[in-house]
Design a protein around this ligand. Structure first.
Ligand SMILES: Nc1nc2c(c(=O)[nH]1)N[C@H]1C(S)=C(S)[C@@H](COP(=O)(O)OP(=O)(O)OC[C@H]3O[C@@H](n4cnc5c(N)ncnc54)[C@H](O)[C@@H]3O)O[C@H]1N2
Ligand code: MOO
Length: 402
């Protein structure tokens, strides 16, 4: 087992074991937030026919030469078309077709005049302005052409992408199965929210925090309970979950105390232990192991430590499992709006609020404190060997992906 790795080495050991989940097709109404398994190309031109963008008259621009308020061009109206109707009558010289927005343009026309520039006639129409060819003329394929790749594999589908798929006529779409992830919170002190709190107990926050975060990232948290500090029971629960999950996460019990049971549970499980300890604060005491191919991340119990290491390790793992590069951290820079007086001999992740290029730090960065995290939207990545930081200092920022 390797120990005391740099974060990047840890991420690469973790992600090299993983591959994207299988494809499945889902109805469009269930596609939002899912990750495309394959490129989507247009099956046909859009619009599929030359289309009017206005309510007006389809005509030949040449027939309007010199037309204005004083000398309108008068054309014979030979047909009338609404959206949804197929045009049958072509437009010849001196002719016009009454047309509504979205209707198919008839053969022979090369422009549309808006009805506000006409007398709205039915037998004949007087047009009070000149047009150039292809004015107000939306050609077939103007939006996209048959064969154009419109959405790339790996895209997380937003509302506009779902609308686009519908416009292609697709009823179902091929996406990646959501990664199934079980989260186990270990600790005899943990009580279930809703239950009474006995002396010495605290409520289990980690399991709920991480399961909610998994949902935000498009994964499927599968049922897994809180576990007492009993290595055999934890090993049994992990083995059962490993059979049907893509990733297992535990929190707590990874440090050096007498109840830090992951040290016992992982060998009992027969897990291959890949690494222990990553050079980051908080939460650097963590294990990565594998149980018959299923990755297990064993994070610290301190809630902020668990949340921060989830972001930097489980985040990239989920990006691979979901086939969604967009879930990888997007790094940017900001300036501190709050000083951070502590030195950072080891690489440190602070929580912060990133807005307008500035990072404001909450009062507490304690790894056991959860109160301030709820209002934060980023991690601040402080390199090892950094001294105290002052207002205005430039820092690396990792906004939370969602
Ligand atoms: N002698 C040493 N003691 C500690 C060290 C050390 O190096 N030497 N490291 C400290 C650091 S840093 C951390 S972080 C913690 C890591 O502890 P564990 O990951 O083993 O976690 P636990 O001891 O189980 O819990 C730590 C803390 O978090 C609370 N907790 C645990 N689970 C939950 C949960 N699901 N929801 C909310 N809160 C939870 C737990 O009650 C503890 O207070 O070790 C230090 N000690
Ligand atoms: O690893 Mo601990 O979370 O630094 O406090």
């Amino acid at each position: 087992m390797q120990t005391k790795l740099e974060l990047e080495e840890a991420v690469s050991l973790l992600t090299r074991d993983l591959s994207p989940t299988q494809e499945q097709t889902v109805p469009l109404d269930e596609a939002a937030g899912r990750v495309l398994a394959a490129d989507v190309a247009a099956p046909r031109d859009q619009p599929p026919f030359n289309r009017s963008p206005l309510d007006g008259y389809a005509l030949r621009a040449a027939d309007l030469a010199g037309a204005d308020d004083l000398r309108p061009a008068v054309l014979r109206v030979v047909d009338s078309l609404c959206a949804g109707q197929a045009s049958a009558v072509p437009v010849g010289p001196g002719q016009a077709v009454r047309i509504m927005t979205g209707a198919m343009l008839p053969q022979g026309c090369d422009a549309v005049v808006r009805q506000e520039d006409t007398d709205c006639g039915t037998e004949t129409v007087a047009v009070r302005r000149a047009l150039r060819p292809f004015d107000n003329f939306v050609p077939r394929g103007d939006d996209y052409r048959a064969g154009d790749v419109l959405l790339p594999a790996g895209l997380r589908l937003n509302a506009a992408a779902v609308g686009l798929l519908a416009s292609l006529g697709m009823a179902r779409v091929s996406v990646r199965r959501r990664p199934r992830v079980a989260v186990f919170a270990t600790g005899d002190e943990l009580a279930e929210p809703g239950a009474p709190l006995l002396p010495g107990q605290i409520y289990d926050a980690n399991r709920y925090l991480l399961r909610a975060r998994l949902l935000e990232l498009g994964a499927e948290p599968v049922a897994a309970g809180a576990c007492c500090d009993e290595p055999e029971a934890l090993a049994r629960a992990l083995a059962a979950a490993a059979a049907h999950c893509d990733l297992l996460i535990t929190t707590g019990g990874v440090s050096v105390g007498t109840k830090d049971i992951l040290h016992e549970a992982l060998p009992l499980l027969g897990a291959e232990q890949v690494f222990y300890q990553v050079r980051v604060k908080p939460g650097g005491h963590l294990f990565y192991s594998r149980c018959r191919g299923t990755p297990i991340l064993s994070l610290s119990g301190n809630p902020y430590a668990a949340a921060a290491t989830f972001e930097v390790l489980a985040g990239p793992a989920l990006a691979v499992l979901s086939g969604c590069p967009d879930l990888l951290p997007r790094l940017t820079r900001g300036r501190l709006a709050t000083p951070f007086p502590k030195a950072s001999p080891a690489r440190r992740f602070l929580r912060g609020v990133f807005s307008g290029g500035e990072v404001t730090l909450p009062d507490s960065q304690a790894s056991g404190s959860l109160a301030s995290l709820a209002l934060c939207n980023c991690l601040v990545d402080i390199p090892a060997g950094t001294g105290a930081l002052a207002v205005g200092d430039a820092v690396a920022v990792r906004p939370f992906r969602a």
